[in-house]
Design a protein around this ligand. Structure first.
Ligand code: 13P
Ligand code: SF4
Length: 364
């Protein structure tokens, strides 16, 4: 959860025409040139993404931030992405998020106090046999926890490599905070569901499959999820297969296990984009991921039929908080020398979180 002070968007930005906002953004971009970088995640709105200097999935955005030298980074994405950008850049580079309320409900599902308590109880049960891995969709404090305990970060595009690596380090792993990405990836690597358990941070209980003993457990999944991707169901796939057997289903691995099993293909946002780009004209796709990306795919590939797997799908509300008004406002203030919503991770946290990020970046 983001708790820093929130400033109100001045009324004038709501009253401004789109053309005026776009002209102001262009002016600021021209003013700063290569000293200003605007990275944009694939889930960003169309009117915002047009100003991105670089678009990508979480891994690509992290790598891009690590390599760039711009003094100012105005991150069009969500809070954990801006924190990662801050930790991977130098202390003189400034990272700003246009709206501080652009968080991630999944990242909020694992707090550091819950994680410390889980670790105490799990190490009581399993001894020193667990390595923690965290999806980058987590707070800097959780990343630091993983760094401190020899663990690493993962993204949706390298989770398989990182789980394989983790199991060479320790007998079992704790995967935070997305149970679905953890389960889907471990299953893809041949780990059976009976070798996985779920840690419930609310009841402080380890949930095992019936008839399994803790000795068999290789992967402990944190009971967290993405509220956007949980809206895709096997029922939607079955209905689609009956109506349109020619349509292929591609989903993000944050979708539940049975959905990923029923789909034709699963992968990160980058993988989804590349798969559809490479598909022959005339093919038909139902996509199980965030709506802004699905709409963009449909616009970009008018020679293919692209729809959402869930026709009542909404965009990710927190990603959507970054709008033209907030981007214009942030850039206007930047020109005046004001760093609104600057994201700065405390150095004592960043030092350990960087260990987890760097272990990931050196393995991919
Ligand atoms: P990607 O890394 O696949 O872009 O996913 C980020 C995300 O938040 C998905 O919900
Ligand atoms: Fe977080 Fe889900 Fe939104 Fe991704 S889509 S930013 S995981 S809430």
């Amino acid at each position: 959860m983001v708790t820093a002070q929130l400033n109100r968007l001045p009324k004038e930005y709501r009253q401004m025409t789109s053309n005026e906002k776009m002209a102001r953004i262009q002016k600021t971009k021209a003013h700063f040139g290569s000293d200003l970088l605007i990275p944009g995640h694939h889930y960003q709105r169309e009117d915002v993404i047009q100003f991105a200097d670089f678009t990508g999935d979480s891994l690509q955005l992290a790598q891009m931030c690590e390599q760039n030298t711009a003094s100012f980074i105005v991150f069009c994405g969500v809070h954990f992405m801006a924190e990662t950008a801050d930790m991977l850049t130098t202390s003189s580079q400034r990272v700003m998020l246009p709206d501080l309320q652009a968080g991630c409900s999944m990242a909020d599902m694992a707090s550091i106090s819950q994680t410390n308590r889980a670790w105490e109880e799990l190490t009581d049960l399993f001894g020193d046999t667990i390595l923690p891995l965290t999806y980058v969709n987590s707070t800097a404090a959780i990343k630091a926890f993983c760094g401190r305990h020899g663990g690493a970060c993962v993204t949706s595009s390298n989770a398989a490599q990182m789980i394989q690596w983790a199991l060479t380090q320790k007998e079992r792993l704790l995967f935070l905070p997305d149970q679905h990405l953890g389960r889907n990836t471990a299953a893809k690597l041949g780990i059976s569901l009976r070798e996985m358990a779920v840690w419930d941070p609310i009841s402080h209980r380890l949930e095992l499959e019936e008839g399994t003993s803790p000795d068999h457990i290789r992967v402990i999944l944190w009971k967290g999820h993405c509220s956007v991707h949980e809206k895709f169901t096997v029922g939607q796939i079955q209905e689609l297969r009956e109506k349109e057997p020619q349509t292929q289903v591609i989903v993000h691995p944050e979708c539940p296990y049975d959905v990923v099993q029923a789909a034709d293909e699963a992968g990160s946002t980058h993988h989804i984009i590349e798969t559809i780009k490479a598909a022959p004209p005339g093919t038909s796709w139902a996509v199980g991921t965030e709506m802004n990306l699905v709409k963009r795919l449909a616009l970009t590939h008018s020679d293919k039929r692209i729809v959402s797997l869930n026709e009542n799908m909404c965009p990710c509300l927190t990603m959507n908080r970054i709008d033209l008004e907030h981007l214009t406002w942030t850039l206007d203030l930047l020109r005046e020398g004001e760093y609104q919503y600057e994201i700065k991770v405390k150095e004592e946290v960043a030092v350990e979180a960087r260990l987890a990020l760097e272990r990931m970046l050196t393995h991919v």
